[in-house]
Design a protein around this ligand. Structure first.
Ligand SMILES: [Zn+2]
Length: 364
């Protein structure tokens, strides 16, 4: 299988437009036309990680954190990132990163953390806003099915776990074809009435171009009428952090000790214990403390994230238990997401989950 096909599978799961503005997810280094010889899956790209890929004969490294975050005027090996760039290029290794697009995707990083904790009814904590469009078009009744299918294939009509969602009303369209036209029905210069279906469906804004292309290709008219409306609906399947519930309540200490063990946390920091029962758990892998207000608002008993600043700990002990488990620790199981996405499209590829612990933070 070609590397680009693996990249496509990753981007179907975690589309790049879902990444945050500051991010640099996507292809970092290399050409993707080559056949994949194997893929090494990791959280961070470091020189030992590239050595590991070489040792396993992998010409593809898939990381969660992007290797490259800034523009370069020279690459001379003066820091570890530049040395990684040089080493990867010298060894014909492609580096690809799925970062905040994977954080924000349904089934992404935070869903994996929730799975490790054993949460049920997992939902996005802060769903994305202003990212959906309503697409409306008018199609002759006989062609409505073809156009609907084309739209669904182009990413329209998904609501939660339902696909092919649309609303269809019959009506009558009118038009008069001018000189130089080639009307699908009716005659040039004559007012025409056609029985049409108004098809309404929903589409993520980032798929607008794809949906429009599919509509124009499938619609029989020379000049199809269609409308795109911005929606104020939240996109509940996509966004930051998650919240879910434990099957049975645990005491604060019981819960924190279990988290410490599950994520092999060197030092678990938390705010004051107040004797509450833990049932509802909000979390965000990595540096997720920006979601603390949302965690409190949704009534979570505990908020778990990778990093919390000292001052952010103050004043919340009555509202919520806060637990900081380390950035690396919180996101380490992201490799398993890469593994299952690639395994599904490429059952025979050598897939290696990195054994290098890239956590730069050590504990005494
Ligand atoms: Zn991270």
């Amino acid at each position: 299988m070609k590397i680009k096909e693996i990249v496509s599978a990753l981007e179907r799961f975690a589309p790049l437009p879902l990444q945050d503005g500051f991010d640099n997810a996507g292809l970092q280094i290399g050409l993707t036309e080559a056949e994949a010889t194997g893929a090494l899956l990791c959280l961070d790209v470091t020189e030992p990680v590239i050595d590991e890929a070489i040792a396993h004969g992998c010409n593809l490294i898939i990381s969660h954190h992007p290797l490259i975050f800034k523009g370069y005027k020279s690459i001379t090996g003066k820091d570890y990132v530049e040395r990684c760039i040089l080493k990867a290029i010298r060894n014909d290794i492609v580096i690809y990163s799925a970062h905040t697009n994977l954080d924000n995707a349904a089934g992404g990083v935070n869903f994996k953390i929730a799975e490790k904790i054993g949460l049920k009814n997992v939902q996005i904590l802060e769903p994305k806003e202003n990212s959906l469009l309503k697409l409306v078009t008018f199609v002759p009744s006989a062609q409505a099915d073809t156009v609907r299918k084309a739209l669904f294939n182009a990413g329209c009509g998904t609501i939660g776990n339902y696909d092919s969602c649309s609303y269809n009303t019959k009506g009558e369209g009118t038009f008069r074809a001018g000189e130089g036209t080639n009307p699908f029905c009716g005659s040039i210069g004559e007012l025409h009435h056609e029985e049409e279906v108004r098809i309404e469906t929903i589409v993520p804004a980032f798929r607008k171009a794809e949906a429009t292309r599919a509509l124009l290709a499938a619609h029989p008219y020379e000049e199809p009428a269609f409308d795109l409306y911005p929606l104020q609906n939240t996109w509940t399947q996509v966004g930051s952090g998650v919240v879910g519930e434990l099957d049975t309540c645990e005491s604060e200490l019981e819960f924190l000790k279990r988290i410490k063990k599950t994520f092999e946390v060197g030092c678990l920091k938390h705010n004051k214990l107040s004797g509450r029962e833990i049932k509802k758990v909000a979390l965000c892998g990595g540096a997720g403390s920006f979601l603390l207000p949302q965690a409190i608002r949704c009534g979570a008993d505990v908020f778990i994230t990778g990093e919390i600043k000292y001052h952010d700990y103050f004043g919340h002990e009555e509202e919520i238990l806060m637990a900081e488990i380390g950035h690396y620790e919180s996101e380490q199981y992201t490799k398993e997401i890469f593994y299952s996405i690639i395994r599904e499209v490429c059952p025979n590829l050598v897939l290696q989950q990195s054994k290098v612990n890239t956590n730069p933070i050590k504990y005494l």
